[in-house]
Design a protein around this ligand. Structure first.
Ligand code: G3P
Ligand code: MG
Length: 242
């Protein structure tokens, strides 16, 4: 059975990439959580989607130009104005504290295709190892060089290449680079492509799947993971098919 991954937590109903959204995703019985990580000015690993604070918080400018102490003042619930009380921008360490004693799988998306943060791969790997979560983490990035570096630094941690285009022989590309998963958008797939990737022994984690017919289709194609803003809906679709 495919696994339900909550995209940026339960971001369909709660402020994305906050501890609230991660807690609610677990309450909705997700199997996994996808989140996005950046490096702050003082080297802290911080969870947010954009390089800039402007869309999701009440701050402005580049996240990497602030220290963690400075970032703590901003409200990540501002992405849904007036709906929720203050939610701080979380760190990866706080997130791991939340999930370490659960069975939740974490897909850490390294957000380093616009700004390739110096040393971020090493820091993330150290944090995963400190929490002994090597078996329950998947790294992904649109920056495939960064993923290859992660694989070199931590061969024991599973990785996936993110993309949003029609790659040719993508299963073989993943295999050649020692990567276990592909993370395509749904727009980059059809039956033949899914079948070829599956034959190549590469797992698929597909995003961002918010409509029930696509959830049903991907479950029937037996993909590894369905990354959705609505883990509650996806869970009930999977239940109806089991
Ligand atoms: O990891 C899947 C998906 O999150 C990739 O796109 O922009 O939502 O981080 P984005
Ligand atoms: Mg992401």
């Amino acid at each position: 059975m495919s696994k339900v991954f909550a995209h940026r937590g339960f971001s369909g109903q709660y402020p994305e990439n906050t501890l609230l959204a991660f807690r609610k995703a677990m309450e909705a019985e997700c199997d996994g959580i996808e989140l996005d990580v950046h490096l702050a000015k003082d080297g802290s690993l911080v969870i947010m989607h954009d390089e800039k604070l402007d869309r999701t918080t009440d701050g402005t400018g580049l996240l990497c130009e602030y220290t963690l102490d400075e970032l703590r003042r901003f409200n990540a619930a501002a992405v849904m104005p007036g709906k929720f009380p203050f939610e701080p921008i979380p760190t990866l360490e706080e997130y791991f504290d939340l999930v370490k004693d659960t069975s939740v799988i974490t897909n850490i998306e390294l957000k380093n295709s616009v700004i390739w943060y110096e040393g971020m791969e090493k820091k993330v790997i150290e944090m995963v190892r400190a929490f002994h979560l090597e078996d329950r983490v998947i790294f992904s990035s649109f920056n495939h060089e960064s993923i290859v570096l992660c694989k070199r630094l931590a061969p024991e941690i599973r990785c996936g290449f993110l993309y949003d285009c029609w790659l040719v022989h993508s299963g073989k590309y993943a295999k050649t680079n020692g990567v276990e998963y592909l993370h395509p958008s749904l727009n980059s797939l059809n039956d033949a492509v899914i079948d070829e990737i599956t034959r190549d022994g590469i797992g698929l984690n597909v995003w961002t799947i918010n409509e029930e017919p696509a959830m049903r289709y991907l479950t029937q194609k037996q993909v590894n993971g369905i990354i959705t803003n609505y883990p509650d809906v996806c869970r009930s679709v999977l239940r109806s098919l089991s």
